[in-house]
Design a protein around this ligand. Structure first.
Ligand code: ADP
Ligand code: ZN
Length: 838
């Protein structure tokens, strides 16, 4: 790079009223330094920390973020370039989020710019976002030549071209400071600004709106025109109250179409088309639960709430672990706490795992808090996400309910962060920056004196341990509300089922008869299988050849519906071969099964039952969830089959049987957390049973019935499980006794990757001499050695001291070893506190 970087301490500590002659700018690039730019004089009054700017970078021009301003810089050896323009009238990043992203970048080994990008809604780097058009006032200003030269030219262009975005305007007006001109014109009401993103039209649906024409006809005219047509009059009266979509109108009046047509002919009413944002949350009024506002907290809930409110009243930073079995009323406690925070004039963030961001969860918050809530999830289009984010920034809402990235919600006066299902691994982002939303939330909370509630029925071992050590305050809800019983859990030995009962079906006799009696009693059943497809692998019976994905080192999964097999990692798919690729043998056998096969079998067994399958193959559209919810709630589904998608956030009181078809699946994953994950998953699934008045039954089918995890699951005994697991972690020196960092080396060329892995190892080994107490493991081939055509190695650093690990990482990035001449062919990525070691 050709520019000197500005150490931000120098820049940040300057007095107000300085001359902003220099800006320190970071970019969304894997380059850690901030770059110093000169600020042209005409931009100096407008520029602020946290704004996006457009700046030359190498041969390109890029969007960057101002992280500091200064009136002077030490003159370096390099020539300082100038900022081209400012892209925002007000900063997109407040001080708090800026500080948070800085921490995040340092801790998770990303650049500040990358961290900032993660904290902002997508598409902000697309400059074509703001579209400008002329207002009436603008037209007359132009006619009367009221404006200065540049401003008039801008208005003229807009008159000619109707709509222009920033980028178009900027290229037209080569002189600087266009955004200031635009800001002023906007302020004076001469132009109108709209936010759009390229291709955003596909995210909208067109809606027909009926409205009374302006100026509205006089009552006398109306009387004359409509006296003999009561229907038209009725429609007209509705529209008098305000414009309405035709769809809404049809809800109120039977067949309004004819009357509308006549009203249009009489030129009383007009119908216009308008873009309507999709209802991203998928919440239609009928899925809203009845008002729960008057629930009286149970004694347990009240005790927990009292503890929490004490902390909230003190406006202090404190983290609570709320450990409560499924259905113990945790959500109700969250809601009360949020209510309290709002009363104090503060704001709240509610994080939930992506897949539990169901219409049901969202509906519960909407029905309590209504328009005060913004929702952020991945099902939203870019425009919708931006709109929700903008609501937060503009202070139009006080609560955000969202997945991982909602931790960055730009609230100013934050009072509480709730993290539901805190153990969920989706809180960890799996690409750079690989941040953990829970840990990021705690850092944010500490800086802003915020109360944090981590809630779970099955807390992560780390969090439970933090509660043990006093770092978090432990709170428990030990029973379900209204003394509903926890379900009875039966462990079913599938080997015995085969040997003794000669039952070779996917479903044990117990599950079958269980379903039958549920069907008789009009109760519902969940069948859970955490694997999609029909067969988990395909092999030749003659030579034993197993079909693997030729890009990843995993077996291919057969999907019967289209007679193809598919890799569940890279999504590569191929037609089922007729014969074995190795021996040309004809026999290809399927072993194991997935949800699709389970569905087929279940349909055969219960031809009259109404069955629905929910997994990633059936939920391409978000509406699939919604219709499942409606179906379940209305009792139109008898048996719901699904992967872990069905395990979270759903509350269906009429589900009284849960069958786990292959409980061992998650136990066999080569990861030190596999027992923890299995316990959590099985407890979650089991928690779906008996949420109503009828106690539930859970049947776990397993080939290893003696595994200790099953004992704890059956007894609903998290505590015992925790202690057993801690013993095992201590013995093997795994977290929470230590912290880990995974260095992942990936390469398309096997040899190249291996060489780099070895080089890094020897370089890091040297560093270890000055960093006592840090261990290096590997390099080893990753459990998924080949993924998407890339070979993968892991080097694991392990230490009880976070600081030692961080200090090594500081040094690693300066190692020349990982910047080989073969740029791009080998990649090193760093995962701090990895949750997935496959
Ligand atoms: P969790 O979040 O722990 O799974 P929820 O808060 O969803 O538990 O509560 C489970 C069910 O119990 C919900 O249907 C909820 O409306 C109901 N519930 C919660 N608190 C109370 C209460 N104090 N009195 C009556 N019903 C309650
Ligand atoms: Zn693959």
């Amino acid at each position: 790079m050709t520019q000197s970087s500005l150490t931000e301490t120098k820049a940040l500590h300057l007095r107000p009223k300085q001359i902003n002659a220099y800006a320190s700018v970071v970019f969304n690039l894997p380059i850690r330094d901030a770059f110093t730019y000169a600020v042209p004089q005409e931009l100096q009054t407008g520029i602020q920390v946290g704004m996006r700017v457009f700046a030359p970078f190498g041969k390109r021009k890029l969007t960057g973020y101002v992280v500091a301003l200064a009136s002077k810089v030490e003159v370096g050896r390099y020539q300082i370039k100038s900022i081209e323009d400012i892209l925002d009238p007000t900063p997109v990043l407040g001080k708090e989020i800026l500080a948070l992203t800085k921490w995040l970048a340092g801790y998770y080994q990303a650049s500040w710019g990358e961290a900032i990008k993660t904290a902002l809604p997508g598409g902000l780097e697309d400059e074509s976002r703001e579209v400008f058009s002329l207002t009436e006032k603008g037209i007359s200003a132009l006619e009367n030549a009221e404006c200065g030269k540049t401003a008039s030219m801008i208005l003229m262009s807009l008159q000619e071209r109707k709509r222009l975005n920033c980028k178009q305007l900027r290229s037209q007006f080569k002189n600087r400071g266009i955004s200031q001109h635009l800001a002023r014109l906007k302020q004076d009401g001469l132009i109108h600004q709209e936010s759009t993103v390229k291709q955003s039209r596909v995210h909208f649906i067109i809606e027909k709106i009926a409205r009374v024409i302006t100026p509205a006809p006089s009552p006398e005219q109306i009387e004359k025109l409509l006296s003999r047509s009561p229907k038209q009059k009725e429609v007209y009266q509705w529209l008098q109250k305000g414009e309405q979509s035709i769809a809404d109108l049809a809800q109120k009046i039977d067949n309004p179409a004819d009357a509308l047509r006549k009203l249009r002919e009489k030129k009383i009413v007009e119908v216009i088309s308008r873009k309507k944002p999709r209802e991203g949350q998928g919440v239609s009024p009928e899925t809203l639960p009845e008002a729960e506002a008057n629930l009286k907290l149970t004694t347990d809930q009240q005790a927990v709430y009292d503890e929490l409110s004490q902390s909230m009243e003190k406006h202090e930073f404190k983290t609570f672990l709320l450990h409560g079995v499924t259905g113990s009323g945790k959500t109700e406690v969250y809601i009360r706490c949020i209510q309290r925070i709002l009363q104090m004039g503060k704001t709240a963030i509610m994080l939930v795992p992506e897949i539990s961001l169901t219409p049901q969860t969202v509906g519960r918050f909407l029905s309590r808090f209504g328009r005060q809530v913004a929702i952020l999830h991945s099902g939203l289009s870019q425009v919708e996400r931006y709109q929700e984010w903008e609501k937060v920034r503009a202070g139009k809402v006080t609560i955000v309910v969202g997945a991982r990235s909602a931790v960055f919600a730009p609230f100013k006066n934050l009072g509480i962060i709730v993290i539901d299902e805190e153990h969920d691994s989706s809180y960890k982002q799996d690409n750079s920056p690989r941040y953990h939303a829970r840990d990021t939330a705690i850092v944010r909370a500490k800086a802003q004196n915020v109360t944090v509630i981590l809630g779970s029925a099955t807390p992560s071992i780390e969090s439970r341990n933090n509660a043990e050590s006093g770092k978090y305050q432990y709170l428990a809800l030990n029973s379900r509300v209204q003394d509903r019983l926890l379900p009875v859990i039966r462990i079913l030995d599938m080997k015995k089922e085969r040997m003794e009962r000669k039952n070779f079906s996917i479903l044990s006799n117990d599950i079958k008869s269980g379903i039958r009696s549920r069907l008789d009693r009009k109760e519902q059943t969940f069948l859970f299988l955490n694997r999609r497809g029909t067969a988990n692998y395909v092999y030749c019976k003659e030579c034993g050849y197993v079909f693997h994905c030729n890009r990843c080192s995993v077996t291919m999964t057969f999907h019967g519906s289209d007679n193809r097999f598919r890799c569940h990692y890279c999504n590569h798919s191929a037609r089922m071969p007729e014969q074995c690729a190795e021996c040309k043998g004809e026999v290809i056998k399927f072993s194991g099964f997935g949800t699709q096969k389970l569905e087929d079998e279940t349909r055969k067994l219960f031809p009259d039952a109404r069955i629905l399958r929910l997994d990633r193959d059936t939920t391409q559209k978000r509406s699939a969830f919604e219709s499942m919810h409606k179906g379940m709630a209305k009792g139109e589904i008898d048996i719901l089959i699904g992967t872990q998608m069905i395990t979270k956030g759903h509350d269906f009181p009429n589900v009284t049987l849960v069958g786990v078809v292959h409980a061992d699946l998650s136990l066999n994953i080569p990861d030190f957390r596999s027992c923890e994950r299995s316990f959590q998953l099985l407890a979650q699934v089991a928690g779906r049973a008996g949420r109503g008045e009828v106690p539930g039954l859970v049947i776990l089918q397993t080939h290893t019935p003696n595994h200790y995890v099953y004992d704890f699951v059956r007894e609903h005994n998290y505590e015992k499980f925790f202690h057993k697991e801690m013993d095992f972690r201590r013995l093997l020196n795994y977290p929470p006794y230590t912290r880990l960092v995974a260095l992942e080396i990936t390469s398309e060329e096997e040899g190249l990757g291996e060489t780099l892995a070895k080089k890094i190892k020897s370089a890091v080994s040297k560093l270890l001499k000055t960093h006592k107490g840090v261990e290096l493991l590997g390099p080893s081939r990753a459990a998924l050695y080949r993924l998407n055509n890339k070979f993968r190695w892991h080097i694991i650093l392990r230490s009880a001291s976070v600081r030692s690990l961080q200090s090594i990482l500081e040094n690693i990035r300066d190692l020349t070893e990982w910047k080989p001449g073969t740029k791009g062919k080998v990649k090193l990525s760093i995962d701090v506190d990895p949750v997935n070691l496959l």
